[in-house]
Design a protein around this ligand. Structure first.
Ligand code: GDG
Length: 726
């Protein structure tokens, strides 16, 4: 079993200093409580910040480290300034509001961003220092989104997972972030990125597609040197801990105490950290409206409002606290009568047995955040209902709503809807309450926090396996040495090369992808050796290829094999081809140019190519599918073929392909070395006709018949250089 390294902003243990003495206390919050049991039961180390600035513990770092290490925690220290600009700054003034759709609160400040980068680097250094080969590294949450890439740079073979506990917003929101590409690049360093819901996964994949151009297939993204997966894993709770606690004597005693004080009043419970995303003022406004519109409930219902202090150093939170205080005062002032206070307001953190007692006694839990990644309070409330009585009112914008469909779900922007939901909850027959609660209990008991963590780690190991399979096919140092030595031994050597995406990276327009003088010289160098026969097999037209490479002593194949030019000979047509069909197909392609901004037609002698590299990636992909469909319908009875290449749809004469062109050279007698390199699926036709002795290399990591992979045109160039110098 591998060792698990959990990395999160905060350690599960917090260090405090009281009267100059160090105190070590368990951290509060969903992640610490949720993963606490899991990490203790496995061979794990937790890496994170102990919650105190460096200046306050100068000279005591070693003692703290030793004490924390004895609890399998490894501290990362940072200064007061870093805490301010990283945690209170970029994390909670930029990412938190933006990812929760509070764009008006998001601050975009370069200094904060640079501190975020620096602190992520400090975390990466700490992980690299203690990580061993077989460790599984699991990074948590929005504070550390650059970490996967930073670790990958130092430990290319590491198994790295990332889980985001907050929503991943839709592209239109995410795009507002000035450092959006850096954040995505950071996350793509992981083997697996997990989210609470399908929507967050979808938003992430959409942003990757639109901003970086990588399209996902079944949640899997292939970048030039890495394969990773995005998937959803709704976080669970320690179900048993909550349901057992609800049965404990300590909690039962607490419940009796509460009951005595509250008499027969129905209890509506509201528990959150102080945060504008939780919609506390809106909930109070709705409760106010409820008391106003339904006077018969006055004196019969109490709202227990528990607000746990949080992030009070961020201005927005201090304002929110003031707003809540005022609202509570106003509502109580308006409706209070002798012996009845409508809102019982606690602004503090409760000990866990009091929290469970609150959950148990509450008739209704009003969980109405404006946005929430998951919301564990909703699940904890359900878990404590041992008799099955109680009603959950849940906002549809909380991730938990996806799993807890038996709750009364509300659109929190509509006060009337919350008012109705409160009344529906208060009058719901017991039988119905029990029915709904039991179904939800079964679900969250089954998918508890341990299962959540197990499932994530297992999927992470699977994702790593996929990557390993690809790595096994990568042309590494050893195999490259063998290839070059094979080449050296050969007397008759055939080298078949694709051009775009293989020898040169893609450009927005094909015309811009001109060969560098370095590339032309390299091909010339190879062609100079009489033992070598070099052939460029391309989809380009013959004019472009002729202009760039016509003077070299190499073979050329244009338009995927329609035209062939042998060394020191002229162009010849592979067979008699027609091009009248273009008149019929051109208007269809033109229609798609009009419908897809950024796309254009490239016309070759025997083919029409519709390029969409510059178009919006999603629209481009959609239109490409439509165009292929239209063209297939029209070409059914004609001797034509429709090809989908890299951001291009091409229609051309049937029977023409790169494999057929390659067969002009391959069957010739005497080759003792054959190498073919290509990047897209039109090159697969070449790989398929190669004899077993041949070397074949695919540029990129998607599935291929080639024996090996290389990451980029630059790596191809380095290989050809080595061959030329051999
Ligand atoms: C983030 C995401 C996501 C609350 N009051 C007291 C107390 N709590 C505990 C609850 C619960 C946790 O704090 C709060 O978790 P939430 O999920 O509700 O909210 P966030 O802190 O915002 O957490 C959230 C979560 O990460 C996990 O992925 O669900 O969407 O925002 O466990 O029990 N605990 C004690 N006293 C309190 O007064 N002891």
């Amino acid at each position: 079993m591998s060792r698990l390294l959990i990395v999160s902003n905060r350690l599960p243990v917090s260090v405090q200093k009281r009267k100059r003495k160090l105190c070590f206390e368990p951290s509060v919050g969903g992640l610490a409580t949720g993963l606490g049991a899991f990490y203790k039961s496995s061979d794990s180390i937790w890496i994170g910040w102990p919650g105190i600035a460096q200046e306050r513990i100068e000279g005591e770092e070693k003692d703290i480290e030793a004490k924390l290490l004895s609890e399998s925690c490894y501290p990362v220290f940072f200064s007061e300034h870093d805490v301010e600009d990283y945690y209170h700054g970029f994390c909670n003034k930029t990412i938190w509001p933006l990812f929760h759709y509070f764009t008006q609160y998001a601050v975009y400040n370069k200094d904060l961003w640079q501190t975020y980068e620096r602190v992520n680097q400090a975390f990466a250094d700490a992980v690299v220092e203690i990580a061993e080969g077989s460790d599984v590294i699991w990074i948590h949450d929005y504070h550390l989104m650059l970490l996967p890439k930073l670790i990958r740079e130092k430990l290319p073979m590491a198994t790295i997972g990332f889980f985001l506990h907050i929503p991943f917003p839709s592209f239109e929101i995410f795009r507002l972030l000035p450092w959006r590409k850096e954040i995505l690049d950071g996350l793509l360093g992981a083997d697996l990125v997990g989210f609470h819901t399908y929507d967050y996964t979808r938003h992430f994949l959409d942003s990757v597609h639109r901003l970086l151009g990588y399209e996902a297939v079944m949640g899997q993204i292939t970048t030039p040197n890495h394969i990773m997966k995005a998937d959803e894993f709704p976080m669970g709770i320690d179900y048993e801990q909550f349901s057992n606690a609800a049965r404990s004597r300590k909690v039962r005693t607490q419940i009796s105490r509460f009951r005595k004080k509250l008499g027969d009043c129905k209890i509506i419970l509201s528990i959150d950290r102080l945060d504008y995303t939780k919609g506390i003022p809106q909930r109070l406004e709705a409760f106010n409206l409820f008391l106003q519109k339904k006077p018969r409930y006055r004196g019969r219902v109490v709202l227990m409002l528990i607000v746990v202090p949080s992030r009070t150093r961020v201005g927005q939170y201090a304002l929110l606290k003031k707003q809540i205080d005022e609202l509570v005062g106003a509502i109580n002032g308006r409706y209070e009568s002798i012996g009845w206070t409508p809102i019982w307001y606690l602004y503090r953190s409760l000990p866990s047995h009091s929290l469970v007692a609150m959950y148990s006694i509450a008739d209704v839990a009003l969980v109405t955040p404006l946005r929430d990644g998951m919301n564990l309070v909703a699940k904890e409330y359900i878990a404590t209902k041992i008799e099955g009585k109680g009603v959950l009112v849940l906002s549809e914008t909380a991730g938990a709503a996806k799993e807890l469909g038996e709750a009364i779900t509300v659109n929190v922007s509509c006060e009337e809807e919350i008012v109705q939901a409160i009344e529906q909850a208060l009058i719901m027959p017991e039988e119905e309450q029990i029915g709904r609660i039991r179904v939800m209990q079964e679900r969250i008991e089954h998918y508890n926090v341990n299962r959540w963590a197990d499932e994530f780690v297992n999927k992470l190991l699977c994702a790593r396996e996929v990557q390993k399979e690809r790595e096994a096919k990568a042309l590494n140092y050893e195999t490259k040495k063998n290839l070059v030595s094979d080449f050296q031994k050969g007397d008759q050597r055939l080298v078949l090369l694709d051009y775009d995406g293989t020898l040169i990276p893609f450009s927005e327009k094909p015309k811009k992808a001109i060969p560098t003088s370095e590339l032309v010289e390299l091909l010339e160098e190879l062609a100079k050796d009489s033992r070598n026969e070099v052939v460029l097999i391309s989809g380009r037209d013959k004019d472009a290829l002729g202009k760039w490479f016509g003077d070299l002593n190499i073979g050329l194949v244009a338009e995927h094999g329609a035209w062939i030019k042998e060394r020191s000979k002229g162009w010849e047509l592979l067979e008699a081809l027609t091009s009248e069909w273009k008149e019929e197909m051109r208007p269809i392609c033109e229609l798609y140019v009009h419908r897809t901004p950024g796309s254009f037609i490239e016309e070759k002698e025997f083919s029409l190519a519709w390029h969409y590299r510059k178009a919006d990636p999603r629209l481009g992909a959609l239109r490409a599918r439509e165009l292929v469909n239209d063209l297939l319908n029209l070409t059914g009875n004609l001797n034509l073929q429709v090809l989908e290449g890299s951001k291009v749809v091409e229609v051309k004469n049937a029977g023409i392909n790169k494999g057929r062109a390659a067969l002009r050279w391959i069957p010739r007698e005497g080759w003792d070395f054959i190498l073919a390199i290509g990047d897209d699926w039109t090159d697969e036709d070449i790989f398929k006709v190669l004899p077993p002795i041949a070397w074949s290399i695919k540029v990129g990591f998607s599935a291929s018949a080639a024996k090996f992979n290389l990451g980029s045109p630059n790596e191809v160039k380095l290989l050809l250089k080595e061959m030329a110098e051999a």
